[in-house]
Each structure stands twice: as structure tokens, then as C-alpha cells.
Design a protein around this ligand. Sequence first.
Ligand SMILES: Cc1cn([C@H]2C[C@H](O)[C@@H](COP(=O)(O)OP(=O)(O)O[C@H]3O[C@@H](C)C(=O)[C@@H](O)[C@H]3O)O2)c(=O)[nH]c1=O
Length: 180
Amino acid sequence: MKYQPLAIADVVLMTPQVFGDERGFFMETFRQNEFEAHCGNYSFVQDNHSKSRRGILRGLHYQLKQPQGKLVRVTQGRVFDVAVDLRRDSPTFGDWVGVELNDENRQMLWVPPGFAHGFYVLSETAEFSYKCTDYYAPDDEYSLRFDDPTLAIKWPFDGEPQLSDKDRRGLALADCPTYD
Ligand SMILES: Cc1cn([C@H]2C[C@H](O)[C@@H](COP(=O)(O)OP(=O)(O)O[C@H]3O[C@@H](C)C(=O)[C@@H](O)[C@H]3O)O2)c(=O)[nH]c1=O
């Protein structure tokens, strides 16, 4: 596994070594000791999997009192994946990073606690799988607007993105609670 810090250094892009043979392929998707060395000492308590249609945008989500670090990947299809730094004391507060994750590059993204996270589906369907460092806590969850001009995220949109009711009611950064 290759670990590559992005423009917001705590966000790490991981590229697995894929061993192809006549049967198909094999790859390691998580290794605690390497992960700790490159990303920090976290443990994961919940794994999630979702499937979405083309044009769906999920996010940008975060939990405030029970922040979740997320180790995310795409098992089928293509998405543009985004992390927004919501840590007030961070020099990159309000900045975002985005990468394409797909079932060909097989890359994974480590989004630490303190970030909002979301993705936009570029393929006919996409299956998204991720590990979380804390449990889902719906009462503690917030949705940051994907199109807040303050964030100016360059989504690779092809038509209008489709959102859940919750995400249509997302808050602008100025109105969002953030991490002290
Ligand atoms: C996230 C989540 C949802 N649910 C339920 C609640 C709801 O009925 C249904 C769908 O929930 P949502 O609409 O919140 O699902 P979704 O929009 O896919 O939410 C996810 O979006 C991405 C971008 C993230 O970063 C994740 O942390 C998570 O917030 O699944 C759980 O039971 N456990 C969970 O951990």
C-alpha cells in the first residue's frame, strides 16, 4: 500500500498493491500497523456500504460530538470524493480536497475526524464501502451544503446532482457548527 498525503496533509490517499493472476486479483485493503504509521492511531468500530445511481451526491456529512474518521473506497463504479476541513484551529480550515475513487485505481481515502465528507457518482451505479472510527449518531449529524460558494468545490458535475431531502437542507459553512 502506498500512502500519499494530499494538499490537506492529514487526508491520505492510499493506493493498494494489486496482485493479478489468471484467477483474478488479490489486494490488501487494510493493515492496522501501516495505517497507524501513516495516518495515526485510530480504531474502527463500524463498516458501511452503499449503492447509488449516476448523478447522486451524498454529503457533505459530519458528526460533531462523535466525529467519525472514515476510510473510504469504491468497490464498483466511479465517484468524486471530497473532504472539507472543519477544524477551526487548522491552517486549512474551510479548504477541501477531492479525488476520483474508482474500481480501476482501487484507491482509498483516509478522511480524519474533523472533516465533512461527501461524494458524487460518475458512473451508472457506484458501490461505496467505508470503515468508521465512531458509531453513527443521527442526532449529532450535520449536512454542509455541497454548493456553498465559500467552499467553491469544483465538482465534476454532468447535469444537476441529486440529493436526499436532508442534504437539500444542508447548511452553509457560516451557519455550521465546527470543531474547536
Ligand atoms: C450513515 C448511516 C445511515 N443509516 C441509515 C439512516 C437512513 O435511514 C439511511 C440512509 O442514511 P443517509 O441518508 O444518512 O445515508 P448517506 O447519505 O449515505 O450517509 C453517508 O454519507 C456519506 C457521504 C458519509 O460520509 C457517511 O458518513 C454517511 O453520512 O441509513 C444507518 O442506519 N447507519 C449509518 O451509519
